[in-house]
Design a protein around this ligand. Sequence first.
Ligand code: SF4
Length: 476
Amino acid sequence: MRAKKQNAQTLKVGLVDADLLDNGTRHPNLVLLKIAGFLHDNSIPFHLILDQDEDISKYDRIFLSRVFSFTSMPAFFEKAKGTKAEKIFATGGTGFYVDKQNVKEFSEERNKDMNSLENDPFLNRFPNHRGGARVFGIDMARQMPYYHLYDEYVDQQVESGFKRDKYKDYQKYSIGFLTRGCIRHCPFCVNKLESTIHPYSELEWFLDDERDEKGRLVRPYVYLWDDNFLASNVNVWRPLLQKLIDSGRPFQFRQGLDERMLAQSPYGEEMAMMLSKSKYHGDFIFAFDNWRDRDLIERALKIWKRNNPKKGTKFYLFCGFMQEVTDTNRFYRDIWELFQRIRVLMQYGCVGYVMRHQDYHKAPIANLYVQIARWCNQPQFYKKMSFWEFSYRNQSYWEENTLPPSGRPELMSFEQFEDDIRTGYYDRVKMCLPLRDIVDVLDMFPEHRDELIEMFNYKMMDLVNPALWEVPQPAD
Ligand code: SF4
């Protein structure tokens, strides 16, 4: 053991967050935090590589993680490919297989990836200090993350003029999975082949207790990456949720909670009540990914709003999946379903958050998704304006700040806008991109013109209806 420790101190390990190096993330990479935790436990020097042109000859091993398939690999990795230096890399993460279409290939790659660190010959030379059955090597569920891994990166960003607060995800949270897995088989999801949900880490395995000089917790919040916590067995989620509540720390499920479970589970009312009493951090986030779930979602919303009438509630709205440039029917259907989901959420006083699958780039008018997300994902716009008003306000704001004063209104109806087109206003004045997208989509679907204009005018303050969830009081 002693000999191993001496060897350990002369080693050097590089850790690479490929998404961060390609500017693609604002979350710390949990796998890297855990590898850093294991190295720290074993006094092995390590460093988060932040330079695309890092001299990698000083490292004995480099762990590189990539979450997104569109992330480019760093320059030092590309340079090492095909040379002896390539051997020091251990690469992994969903970004290496998430877009594999062949189910068998996807399944093999995922299984290999999920177990690769626990089978890593380098890590397996060193002892596990975190208990459980494992004597050597990392136990990913039990491993405490090393939460200072990104300190140098945050300091660099602050030095270049960014506010430290922008990086709170790297500094203020304990991070982990209480459960893993899902039962829903959504075809676009990395969990599409999973059929069960199992307990993963105990809260205390990743709950950080570091305090500052005044005795305050350095990381007072908890965020959880669980895939589908509420769909786990009642004997799993109930004690875990109680433990979270008892910890007294504000917590948040970052991937959203499965709202449908409130209607589907016999314990739905209890779930809503427990969550209503918890110190939840930020908005509650659920997902409304499929229009076909609308009845279930509405039943769940009634339970949720009865128990949480005042809590901020947000729903992820997945869209843009499997778009093809020539498939206008699929495109129309996707946009229609997106607006119908938004209408339901507005009726229940909830906000949406558009999550675009990267296939949206191939849609016939791809930029329409960008504009809808610009509107929907900023609650100050979504709560006060319809999509039409938001799009027109882009134009009037640009005119106010670019053209001589004209006395034109900040907002106008779609009919007034069409009058302007007819009378040649936009032959003289540039039309901003959101308005051009609206014109293009109406030109593409003349048969749906009225329906599109109606959808673009959905407005939360017109649609919200508390009678949908309030329980009628008995008459005296
Ligand atoms: S419910 Fe969520 S985690 Fe489960 S398969 Fe669907 S998208 Fe993935």
